[in-house]
Design a protein around this ligand. Sequence first.
Ligand code: GLC
Ligand code: CA
Length: 544
Amino acid sequence: MNDFKKSTIYQIYIKSFKDSNADGIGDLNGIRSELGYLKDLGIDYIWITPCFRSPMNDNGYDVADYYSINPIFGTMEDAESLIREARGMGIGVMFDMVFNHTSTEHEWFRKALAGDPEYMDYYIFKDGPAETPPTNWVSKFGGSAWEYVPHLGKWYLHLFDVTQADLNWDNPRVREELKKVILFWKAKGLNGFRFDVVNLISKPAVFEDDFIGDGRRFYSDGPHVHEYLKELVRDTGIEDMVTVGEMSSTSLDNCVRYTNPAERELSMVFSFHHLKVDYKDGFKWALKPADLSELRRLFKDWQEQMQEKGGWNATFFCNHDQPRTVSRFGDDRNYWKESAKMLATLTHMMRGTPYVYQGEEIGMTNVDYSSIDQYRDVESLNYYQILLDEGKSREEALHIIHERSRDNGRTPMQWTGGENGGFTSGTPWIGVPANHTFINVEAEENDADSILAYYKKLIALRKEYPVIAEGTIRFLDAGTDEIIAYEREYKGSRLIVICNMTAQSLDASGIGIPSNAQILISNSCEKTDIGRLKPYETAVYLTV
Ligand code: GLC
Ligand code: CA
């Protein structure tokens, strides 16, 4: 068994982490140059987003060749050096495997397009008239999930961009090919894998229209998904490596099965229900204020039931597909430091393996763009147009994009207060927010009260106190859902974690902190009144 419960994992969005050769794009050697920073932070594993050859329509999640490194990110030697040097420093490297689909530039798809029946069966092609797609399913990036190929007289399925064709996992040859990819990278010395939207790989036997949704209920956690995952893990021998599956619109019971060790599937899962509490009617491009009752209920259900049924969560708020948490669930203007620290405490002290997404540890915020031309993400650009087509004004559409765009999490890592935040000496591929002058690594490394210093402390506590990694969890009722509180227990030691999710001062006396409890960490330097919480205040108490 590996040590993933005691670990903290850091996600690197390679394109925006650190540029080593002044072309404005982050790269493998940029990551190598910052391994010391990650070591100092206390990180155990880094997960690097896809760096394989790709036309980059979806920034590398459209893979054209699983066996080669995209030249914009470096060479195979750079990848090997990175893996070796990281290992030498005690940091494991995880690669991101995009196995639900390939780029339409992948050789397999090219052969399919040329009409080769063997390769057509690698993908999901369906007959049908040019006017009507086989089903009414909607792509996750907007528009139909099907694309017609006139010279074949067939449609192919793409749950994401039109240049990301879904693979046919029911074809054993496809499964064999993907196992080879894993074995190739495993032999390079990787320590783990993240599997992109891996609960979408098993499509239904019959394709039918969805009259109540966008089609996802037919292919999320599909009929053979557990069987295929078990086979992949078994035949590649990655059971003892760290594996995390990204589960789109999944269910708790399926996540138990994905992660219960007896099932021999994955170490842990990302689920996203807690990141939809500000979606109006469940729709990403319709805004509403975060529903804190719903947020608390979801955390409680997932945490307590995953525990009861023997599953394991990845705990997180941020990644390359999400807005920045301090701008979303905190207050990046009036309580920037307080709320960033509170949100970190909430996820790091829960039962699960915490993920830190680059820049989160210094409190990076959403973008400050004022024009659609500053955005780069295919999904944002598609939806801007869709919102306009629906009759929204340019201002309204831009406001929604500003709140929801994935580019919020994709701006360059802010290393210094200098030009381009020290990310590149060239022109960055996407704009650097102006706040890099005061939100940056260099400034926070010299400040004992910084968000960065706080993250270091949280990460170190996990290693020092087994209750954080191993303890049971039970949610506590503070009498209001605006306070999220829970206790952890392990071999007689007990932690109580309290988070004020609001900008109001709140009564927390209902929780009943024992008077002899000692404060392990708090975002408030002079915490005296344990019955009252200041705005966004958090504290972790230890009783033995
Ligand atoms: C995942 C990735 C996202 C990508 C999508 C399609 O959700 O995190 O960035 O666009 O899969 O591969
Ligand atoms: Ca570069």
